[in-house]
Design a protein around this ligand. Structure first.
Ligand code: XMP
Length: 537
């Protein structure tokens, strides 16, 4: 089996699987995530230098739990099992796993017993009091010893009771003797904690030890080279043909479009649909950057009237989304039909989209149908060009930076396809769009001014369908309520509300009620996702 300087991660459904792949790529080693049930032949064909088994929510001994064939461990490729991955190694190779007497969630101190390979350089040496068994069951003696330890992130309810033949423990915690195990001869290592999570002090070092020392990888994954290769690939594919691209101004479509433009210049036609539901200033960026600076060919379609007309009287969120989605496709098709010779469609699909669509949990478990709003149907008669298919969001941003895109685009918060319509509860009217856009602009400006924009996944305003009483000067008012939503998230699947400093919230609130006529109350959304969603509709 050829070794291709790449790591394969088999996914057993952990929320951290993507993090594992990112941590490996941070070491400049290419990695891919595959479902756990990928065939051995496909794995051999891929030729990984090492295989990492992810964590997962199941119990390995439960009926229907995701498992692998013992032959996976006979490929003579180093394996690192993480959490569920460790239990799977033990279970598959003849050890024993059972419910833990005490589950471990959160921080645990890991005591390292061997630093010759995976733990090389890990932990710090401290003096600790330990109880040593010196005689019968009650014969304990306390003694001071030197131990090597580090803090790690644990999350498991099962534990190893017995190791498979040939395995030894190389680290323990207070709750388990098997925090890390190995079988050097078979080149298998496994850890009960999560090295991919930043809370684990020496996590990065452990991944480096595995990837470089144990698997023998070289740090060859380079985004600059990737960029050059992709440009060549697009040139070869399109030749003297033409391609079209739906440019939304978001990070993914912007980076994909600029990259394709570098490759094929004016043979690329970008279509920017202004549905009238954009955030303040968004269209200006398209004009200033893509058209004026990059000299790209962008067709701006003014469709505000058409969208708002269709949305008249509609209050049901799903109906709104459907109308916007369908109208968007119609508009795009109309533009595309002006160029009958266009054969290619450039799309900003990224690696998380790809992983979700091949997820063992099935796409339905991860993607909400409405997230396709603002996207294009799969049956369009184009050949797809998806230059960012292999990249994570932070890598897309890095490629954007290498391509010279301004920070304003590279670090832009995600924005839903249906735009402000899903942040206007109730009917979408031109007046209400204006109100929300004005309030939202203030949120954006103040968050940027406070220097917290990049720490936040999304921060925006929502226009509520209620009015409330207020007092301005000596006059009673009865006006709209705006809610501020700001969340932190890794992928938008789960999210926590941001503890924005009070002074910033205060400035936002004061500015909105002073500057936006028609709003007299500002509230702050303090719910996580789940149970809420990020958007209000
Ligand atoms: P929710 O509201 O489901 O949103 O928690 C999760 C993330 O997805 C974005 N979002 C969309 N993106 N088209 C998109 O391209 C859509 O129709 C859509 N709806 C929600 C949302 O902004 C958040 O980042």
């Amino acid at each position: 089996m050829s070794r291709q300087n790449r790591i394969l991660i088999l996914d057993f459904g952990s929320q951290y699987t993507q993090l594992i792949a990112r941590r490996v790529r941070e070491q400049k080693v290419y990695s891919e995530i595959w479902p756990y049930n990928a065939s051995l032949d496909a794995i051999k064909e891929f030729g990984p230098s090492g295989i990492i088994l992810s964590g997962g929510p199941e119990s390995v001994y439960a009926e229907g739990a995701p498992r692998v064939s013992p032959q996976l461990f006979e490929l003579n490729v180093p394996v690192l099992g993480i959490c569920y991955g460790l239990q799977l190694v033990v279970y598959t190779l003849g050890g024993e796993v059972a419910p833990a007497e005490r589950s471990e969630y959160g921080f645990a101190m890991v005591y390292v017993e061997d630093t010759s390979d995976i733990f090389k350089g890990a932990g710090r040496i401290v003096r600790a009091d330990v109880m040593r068994q010196i005689g019968g069951p009650d014969g304990f003696k306390q003694s001071r010893v030197l131990t090597r330890q580090f803090r790690a992130w644990m999350s498991h309810a099962d534990e190893v009771k017995k190791l498979p033949p040939g395995f030894e423990s190389i680290a323990h915690t207070e709750n388990t003797d098997f925090a890390a195990i190995r079988n050097v001869q078979k080149r298998i290592w496994a850890v009960q904690f999560h090295p991919e999570v930043k809370h684990t002090d020496d996590g990065e070092l452990i991944i480096r030890n595995f990837v470089f020392d144990i698997c023998g990888c070289e740090p060859t994954w380079d985004l600059g080279e990737f960029l050059a290769e992709k440009e060549e690939e697009i040139k070869r594919k399109v030749q003297d043909g033409r391609a079209i691209c739906a440019l939304s101004g978001g990070v993914d479509s912007s980076v994909a479009a600029v990259l394709a433009h570098r490759a094929i210049g004016d043979q690329l036609i970008c279509v920017f649909v202004d549905h009238g539901l954009l955030r303040y200033g968004e269209r200006d960026v398209i004009e200033q950057f893509f058209i004026n600076r990059e000299g790209m060919r962008v067709e701006i379609v003014e469709a505000e009237g058409r969208f708002l007309e269709k949305l008249k009287g509609i209050v049901d969120p799903e109906k709104k989304r459907k109308i916007i989605g369908e109208t968007f496709i119609r508009v795009f098709e109309e533009v595309a039909s002006k160029y009958p010779d266009v054969r290619f469609l450039v799309q900003g699909t990224t690696y998380p989209d790809v992983i979700e669509s091949v997820s063992v949990k099935g796409p339905a478990a991860t993607i909400k149908s409405h997230h396709n709003v603002g996207g294009l149907p799969e049956d369009m008669k184009f050949e797809l060009i998806e230059p960012l298919r292999e990249l994570f969001k932070d890598e897309v941003r890095e490629v954007g930076r290498l391509l010279g895109l301004p920070d304003e685009i590279v670090h832009k918060h995600p924005f839903p396809g249906p735009g402000l319509a899903v942040r206007i509860l109730g009917e979408v009217t031109p007046e209400r769009v204006e109100l929300l856009r004005a309030a939202d602009r203030i949120v954006d400006e103040e968050v940027k001014r406070a220097g917290i924009y990049r720490d936040i996944w999304q921060a925006f305003a929502v226009l509520l369908p209620v009015k409330s009483v207020g007092v301005m000067g000596d006059r009673r008012t009865y006006q709209h309520v705006v809610c501020i939503r700001a969340v932190e998230s890794v992928d938008g699947m789960t999210a926590d509300w941001v503890k924005i400093p009070y002074e910033v919230l205060q400035r936002i609130s004061t500015r909105i009620v002073n500057e936006v006529k028609g709003i007299n109350r500002v509230v702050y959304d303090i719910t996580t996702k789940p149970p809420s969603t990020i958007e209000w509709e």
